[in-house]
Design a protein around this ligand. Structure first.
Ligand code: RAM
Length: 359
């Protein structure tokens, strides 16, 4: 049986029986055709850089949260790329960034619907792994984008920028703004979010440098990518730490809510704020003196690259192995360790350049 027809048989089986049962049955009889797990997925077959890009595919996008403007832009980028490549886009996903059970069931739904590939931004890497491995057993290519799982649970990860650069530069930006002195806090998204946790890890590393000896990280708060919770968490931070000098919020929802709180409070211009935000959300807070500088990549370009990586995987141009290359638009990307594909460098926005950006 060829892999593609096998995949459809197995996915159909999954639709009528329990997914686990279907996956076991399919995995057990098709050792040579179908991958057992992500690790096998990466090593199975050889990439053919000259393979024709397949058309007529369906790629499902599953963001952390559908009503988050950041993901609206990212997924729109994915949709445009797929339309251009002659394939179909669909988007499913939870409306809360802490609905991990919801994300798992959306993975299962996409598997049952027999999509060719899925692009997933993980709310919680641990929770998603089993479902993603089942998707891969059914022959579906899995790309994570924005927020990764562990490497064995997907074929490739499309990363917005180097996680280390992002974590370290946010600390550098804030430290400059507060004159390398004082208490600082982090306002993150969900406690389980892979991307935020990785960046925070590098922030802590950066803070070990002796030049930050007078900078003290007092708390990491979690606003769960919810505007109201993020606003309240900012308020709580200032109540708990009245001497706070600065906040880093590595989430577009968090930084916007924190800016909103600060700009309407006595802390405006006194407590510095940086992190990851969209220029359109942050423009007014840069202009009114609440925020000096913050950074981000173009979310639409991230979605575009995730879609192109998914099609390259289905077409066999890449398999997810380090050193493989593929071209998206006019750029050639080389897969790094563990199948990581880096979009590029983020942009730092400030009063001088912010009006040049519209996203
Ligand atoms: C939020 C989400 C997303 C993150 C951006 C910066 O929209 O948490 O995962 O990449 O912020």
């Amino acid at each position: 049986m060829r892999t593609s027809s096998l995949r459809h048989t197995c996915a159909a089986l999954a639709a009528v029986t329990s997914l686990a049962l279907a996956a076991t049955a399919c995995g057990g009889t098709t050792k040579n055709d179908v991958k057992d797990d992500g690790a096998a997925a990466s090593s199975a077959g050889k990439a053919n850089p000259d393979a024709a890009l397949k058309k007529g595919l369906t790629v499902g996008f599953l963001p952390k949260q559908v009503n988050n403007p950041y993901f609206t832009s990212a997924d729109k980028g994915g949709e445009q790329a797929l339309t251009e490549l002659g394939s179909k886009y669909k988007e499913v996903g939870p409306s809360s960034a802490t609905d991990t059970a919801g994300q798992v069931s959306y993975v299962n739904t996409l598997t049952q619907q027999q999509v060719d590939a899925m692009a997933v931004s993980a709310q919680d890497p641990g929770a998603l792994c089993t479902a993603l491995k089942q998707a891969m057993k059914n022959g579906i290519k899995v790309v994570t984008y924005d927020s990764d799982t562990t490497a064995d649970c997907r074929n490739a990860f499309v990363s917005q920028a180097s996680a280390e650069d992002l974590g370290r530069t946010e600390v550098r930006l804030l430290a400059e703004q507060i004159g390398y002195k004082g208490e600082i806090a982090i306002l993150s998204a969900a406690q389980t979010a892979t991307n935020q946790n990785t960046w925070i890890g590098f922030m802590k590393e950066e803070l070990k440098d002796p030049k930050y000896k007078d900078v003290k990280l007092v708390k990491v708060a979690y606003g769960n990518d919810d505007a109201q919770q993020s606003f309240q968490q900012t308020q709580g931070l200032l109540q708990e730490y009245p001497n706070l000098k600065g906040i880093i919020s590595p989430t577009t929802v968090g930084i916007k809510a924190a800016a909103q709180y600060l700009s309407g409070s006595k802390y405006k211009g006194k407590v510095r704020l940086t992190g990851l935000g969209t220029p359109n959300d942050m423009r007014k807070y840069v202009k009114n003196g609440t925020v000096d500088a913050f950074e981000l990549w173009d979310p639409a370009k991230l979605g575009d690259l995730a879609a192109r990586a998914a099609v390259a995987l289905v077409s066999g141009r890449i398999t997810g192995k380090e050193g493989e290359t593929f071209t998206a638009g006019s750029t050639t990307y080389t897969l790094g360790k563990d199948g990581v594909i880096n979009l590029g460098k983020p942009t730092v926005f400030d009063a001088e350049n912010i009006d040049r950006y519209d996203f």
